[in-house]
Design a protein around this ligand. Structure first.
Ligand code: IMP
Length: 405
């Protein structure tokens, strides 16, 4: 059984928490794209940990974690992350596998990222993501398998850095640590599928940061949307049984680019502070917007979402009114889809609906006990997107997830 978890907004929808919650039902969790630009925050035994590379199943000791070929890897970050997880008492031995086809992020990618962003002004995470994927597509990237093949490694590195020896020593040091994890994950994952294992695929960013479907050029350099699962792991399309769309009841984005429903009033700060909406990788303030139904319809269309998981509903507790954008209007007429030409956002008008807020969700331990106002809000989202809401989350812990019935 194959389930995919996809962020429907601009990332930071709570995929880490969701995957950690769901991982109990799965044998394997696979990351299919992205790199250390991601930061999946998980609360484990009251410790907060941010995962950049390792799939969120790592805190469930029977779960195997696979990093697919669609990912880009910074070996130093990966090493530190494994060390941190082990320090929390979690045994990772024999539980992490890395695709031999995954590309490396090298120190020169990080300095190029910083340099490029000075002119591009995308507001990247500066983790070398864009330059590493650029090299992949320009066919001058290095993959995990190249760590074994020193001839190609030397040839590529020679063309990119003067201190060739230093970089090769650095890579050799990490290769010794990771060699036993680097395998043919295409065969491994397909073997798991064919033997009936339950597998969860997790993306690193959200659909609106997808290089093909997001707010280009203010996007990341890979495909967090559904196509990325196939490209990034080598499973056949017909292996996918279910797609869970993750969304917050408001929108956020870090970095530049359009956020159509961006809030300019004091409510933005209230949501940011209450929801701790600061980048988990960079610490930057996240920009805050009201829920955006046209954007979500577009994301659900692309991803073929089967059910919805709404996170962070507790953040909106105490608001008298909650706004939801229901239409994008151009010259007075509703538009379909999401504009590719970002300059259209100067002309587009947004139509909003208001909902009554709810006071508190404290002490609520089943869906039957949620306030009527929240039920109305959830039902509206489901009716607009024509997709059932299966789970809601009303707090930080695993126990704060309620199943909707
Ligand atoms: P890059 O992925 O570092 O190249 O950054 C490109 C854009 O994607 C920037 O606006 C980043 O802030 C954004 N971004 C990348 N990863 C994440 C994430 O995990 N959550 C939210 N935004 C992200």
């Amino acid at each position: 059984m194959v389930t995919v978890v996809i962020g429907l907004q601009w990332g930071d929808e709570g995929k880490g928490k969701v995957c950690d919650y769901l991982a109990d039902e799965f044998d394997v969790v696979v990351r299919y794209q992205g790199g250390p630009n991601a930061g999946h925050t998980i609360i484990y035994n009251e410790n907060e940990i941010v995962l950049h590379h390792i799939p969120s199943g790592i805190f469930r000791e029977n779960v195997i974690c696979v990093i697919g070929n669609g990912c880009v890897l910074d070996l130093e970050t990966l090493f530190d992350e494994i060390e941190k997880i082990e320090k929390l008492g979690v045994n990772t031995k024999g539980r992490i596998f890395i695709s031999e086809r995954a590309h490396l992020i090298l120190p020169y990618h990080k300095s190029e990222d910083a340099k490029m962003d000075k002119t591009l002004k995308i507001g990247t995470t500066m983790k070398g993501i864009g330059p590493s994927y650029r090299d992949k597509f320009a066919r001058v990237g290095l993959r995990m398998s190249d760590l074994e093949d020193s001839e190609r490694l030397k040839k590529v590195i020679k063309q990119r850095t003067r201190d060739e020896k230093k970089l090769i020593n650095y890579l050799n040091r990490y290769y010794d640590e990771f060699a036993h994890m680097i395998i043919d994950t295409v065969s491994l994952i397909n073997h798991f599928i064919n033997s009936g294992k339950k597998i969860l695929f997790e993306g690193a960013q959200g659909t609106m940061l997808d290089v093909d479907f997001g707010t280009y050029p203010f996007v990341t350099s890979s495909n967090p949307s559904i196509g990325g699962v196939l490209n990034g792991t080598g499973i056949p399309y017909n292996a996918i049984d279910k797609v869970i769309g993750i969304m917050k009841p408001y929108t956020t984005r870090v970095g530049n680019g359009p956020l159509p429903t961006e809030i300019k009033t004091k409510h933005a700060k209230q949501i940011r502070d209450k929801g701790n909406e600061y980048g988990s990788t960079t610490g930057r303030e996240r920009r805050i917007g009201w829920l955006d139904i046209p954007q979500l319809k577009y994301a659900c269309l692309i991803n073929g979402v089967s059910e919805l998981f709404i996170t962070k509903l507790d953040v909106l507790s105490g608001f008298e009114k909650i706004k939801v954008c229901t239409k994008y209007l151009l010259d007075g007429s509703p538009i379909e889809g999401f504009p590719a030409n970002l300059s259209l956002f100067d002309k587009i008008e947004l139509e909003y609906t208001e909902f009554l807020g709810w006071e508190t969700l404290e002490g609520v331990d089943s869906y039957f006990r949620i306030p009527q106002e929240l039920n109305t809000f959830i039902k509206f989202i489901s009716d607009q997107l024509l997709i059932p809401v299966k789970y809601i989350s009303i707090g930080r812990e695993r126990k704060d997830v309620l199943i909707v019935n």
